[in-house]
Design a protein around this ligand. Structure first.
Ligand code: AMP
Ligand code: ZN
Length: 111
C-alpha cells in the first residue's frame, strides 16, 4: 500500500469527508480547516508538486475546481485557491493539492 496519505484518501484506504470525485480528481475537507470552507483538491495519480503535472492533469484539476466552486456556493462570492509548493512554499504533504478556501473574506499578504 502507498505510504502517501493523499493516495490512501483517493483510494479510500483511509476515510475523508469527500466533496467531489471524478475519474482523475478527488476533493475532500481539510481536517484542520482555516476557513469555514476548506477543501483540498488533488489528482488521483501521485504527483509530488505542480511542477510534475501534465497539461492534461492541470486541465482536469481546473475543471474540478470550477465544479466544486459552484457546488459549494462560492462561485459568486469568491474564494482563495492556494498551492504550497516545496519547502519554501510550506508544502507538508508531498502529493500535489490545492486549498480552496471560502465563506469568509481573505486578506493579503497571506504571511
Ligand atoms: P500543505 O501544508 O499545503 O501541504 O497542506 C496539507 C494540508 O493537508 C493541511 O492543511 C492538513 O490539515 C491537511 N491534511 C493532512 N492530512 C489530512 C487528512 N488525513 N485529511 C484531511 N486533511 C489532511
Ligand atoms: Zn500520493
Amino acid at each position: 500500500m502507498s505510504e502517501c496519505i493523499f493516495c490512501q484518501i483517493a483510494s479510500k484506504s483511509i476515510p475523508a469527508d469527500m466533496v467531489y470525485e471524478s475519474e482523475d480528481v478527488v476533493a475532500f475537507l481539510d481536517r484542520h480547516p482555516v476557513s469555514p470552507l476548506h477543501v483540498l483538491v488533488i489528482p488521483r495519480i501521485h504527483r509530488e508538486t505542480i511542477l510534475d503535472l501534465s497539461d492534461e492533469e492541470w486541465r482536469g484539476i481546473h475543471g474540478a475546481i470550477n465544479t466544486i466552486a459552484h457546488e459549494q456556493g462560492v462561485a459568486e462570492t469568491g474564494f482563495r485557491l492556494v498551492n504550497n509548493c516545496g519547502v519554501d512554499g510550506g508544502q507538508t504533504v508531498a502529493h500535489v493539492h490545492f486549498h480552496l478556501l471560502g465563506k469568509r473574506s481573505h486578506h493579503w499578504p497571506p504571511g
